[in-house]
Design a protein around this ligand. Structure first.
Ligand code: GLN
Length: 513
């Protein structure tokens, strides 16, 4: 049994026919009672259903967590409520445990903003709640693109902060080394306001929350912040003068739709008009980033999801109760039956696929060829980014780290294709990378249904590199040329910044938007 959302599935909404309740899975006042009249002066905050809010279920859109309530509120929700006086609007639909790209892997019914089109995933419900104006700001999680992708497919702004900036206490983990909490809104300004309010706060309850000393060091290295330590420069006067934007040549892939490419090029023209420079750059490890992500994320997921065994968390398979009474089987065998039944019934097909994939790549026969190789690729991806950015990565010991730290952990010698430090593709001293968020406009749900899982993974090709490197990235809507074949005009352009360059990234995004 699912929570009541299954009974009146909030599925086939169009942008015109939507009602205020469509995107809300759980709200404090109860789904059947009408929502209180909105107070226009307050932020109405939608929260993805893998982020805890006391008094509301946190089900991660999984049958295995049917009706599950976490007895506390996630730090980030509490911070936004207390610092900014936000009111919690409700919980939003998503891909089960954050695994997916179109918010179709959910027992509540898939979400979409445009009739028959993907709203992106996994934070699709959050993006649609914002797109419909039901929430002013929505919290999502982004492990490999789950905030940026829905933002691109719903014409909203989606921001993934630097890894470790926002607290993940109270957020159900998918892949711990990649998970971030981020924000979706129609404009950049409300996101900026929230980030400014909370970006310096270490949360002792979250072991991945950056300690105060590291935050101070990160800020100290960002000389451009004039007065306040967390506020980016006011770009009103100077425009984008003095800033260099890199176009990664490896992102010009075959799968990139001509409309998205043209939209991307139009953004570069806009940047140049405002005084910014645009140069091509090379990020050679990009090609392998997607494969590395789909090894690392499922491996961490398989480990995280092992706790859902029907005993400690959530739902337990009902038929297994009678098996417990059997006196013919040993208790180990009975437990095995209980686990298998609970997990078989509780997890959806994509989650099961990830568990199998992750368990395999971590197995002794595969770990060297898959998991460790993927970690090496991750180091190379990070190094590519550090090579092109003007700012150094404040997490590295030496200012111009040559990757030797990583080499101590993972031998990169057989993998590094001797990429010259000074690439022939122009200066590597850039401030931001500029690339599409997704290769196409929102795909049709009918086409997605025919795709293999691997086709779907392909959509994440532009979002996973920043995740592997823990960098801040934002998707903002971009104008697309008209097309008679594709009437949908939603497309996102992505800006990626160096680690802890979030404030400046947001300021620039606001300027370009
Ligand atoms: N689509 C990616 C995946 O399925 C990213 C998901 C996410 O960022 N949570 O893993």
């Amino acid at each position: 049994m699912l929570p009541e959302a299954e009974k009146d599935t909030p599925t086939t909404i169009s942008i015109i026919e939507s009602t205020d309740e469509d995107q809300c899975l759980h709200r404090r006042s109860g789904r059947s009672s009408p929502p209180p009249p909105p107070d226009a002066s307050r932020i109405r905050l939608a929260v993805k259903d893998n982020i805890a809010a006391q008094g509301l279920p946190t089900t991660c859109a999984s049958r295995i967590l049917t009706g599950h309530e976490v007895p506390f509120t996630a730090t980030i929700v509490a911070q936004i409520e207390s610092r900014l006086g936000a009111e919690l609007w409700g919980k939003t639909n998503m891909d089960e445990f954050g695994m997916g790209t179109h918010s179709t892997n959910t027992p509540y019914g898939s979400v979409h903003l445009l009739e028959g089109r993907s709203a992106g995933g996994s934070s699709g419900g959050s993006a649609v709640a914002v797109g419909l104006g039901q929430a002013t700001v929505a919290l999502g999680t982004d492990t490999g693109g789950s905030i940026r992708m829905p933002a691109a497919y719903t014409n909203t702004v989606g921001f993934k902060p630097s890894y470790g900036m926002l607290s993940r206490w109270g957020v159900v983990p998918y892949a711990n080394s990649l998970d971030t909490v981020g924000l979706i809104a129609k404009e950049v300004a409300p996101i900026q306001e929230i980030i400014q309010a909370v970006c310096m706060e270490h949360d002792p309850k979250d072991p991945t929350s950056l300690p105060a000393t590291v935050r101070e060091r990160c800020v100290a290295e960002r000389q451009y912040y004039p007065s306040s330590r967390s506020t980016a420069p006011d770009l009103q006067a100077q425009g984008l003068r003095g800033l260099t934007f890199g176009l990664p040549i490896e992102y010009n892939i075959e799968e990139l739709s001509p409309r998205i490419k043209e939209g991307w090029m139009q953004v570069t023209d806009k940047i140049k008009e405002q005084g910014g420079r645009v140069v091509p750059v090379s990020l050679p490890s990009t090609k392998s980033a997607l494969s590395a992500y789909y090894v690392i994320a499922p491996a961490e997921a398989a480990s995280n999801l092992s706790k859902y065994d029907g005993i400690r968390y959530g739902k337990r398979a009902s038929a297994s109760d009678s098996a417990e009474d059997s006196d013919t089987a040993s208790s180990d065998a009975l437990n095995g039956i209980l686990y298998a039944k609970t997990r078989g019934e509780g997890f959806g097909p994509e989650v099961k696929r990830r568990i199998l994939l992750g368990s395999y790549t971590l197995s002794s026969e595969a770990v060297d060829n898959y998991f460790k190789q993927a970690q090496r690729v991750r180091c190379l991806v990070r190094r590519d980014f550090d090579r092109v950015f003007r700012l150094s990565n404040p997490l590295l010991e030496n200012e111009h780290d040559d990757g030797s730290n990583e080499q101590q952990q993972f031998d990169l010698s057989d993998m590094d294709e001797s990429v010259p430090l000074e690439s022939k593709f122009g200066p590597t001293q850039i401030d931001f990378l500029l690339c599409p968020t997704a290769p196409t406009t929102p795909p049709k749900l009918s086409d997605i249904a025919k795709q293999t899982p691997f086709d779907s993974y392909m959509n994440d090709v532009f979002t996973v590199p920043a995740s592997l490197a823990g960098l801040p990235a934002i998707s903002i809507p971009m104008a697309l040329p008209k097309s008679e074949e594709d009437l949908v005009d939603f497309g996102g352009v992505q800006l990626i910044g160096q680690f802890w360059d979030d404030a400046r990234l947001l300021a620039v995004a606001g300027h370009i938007r």
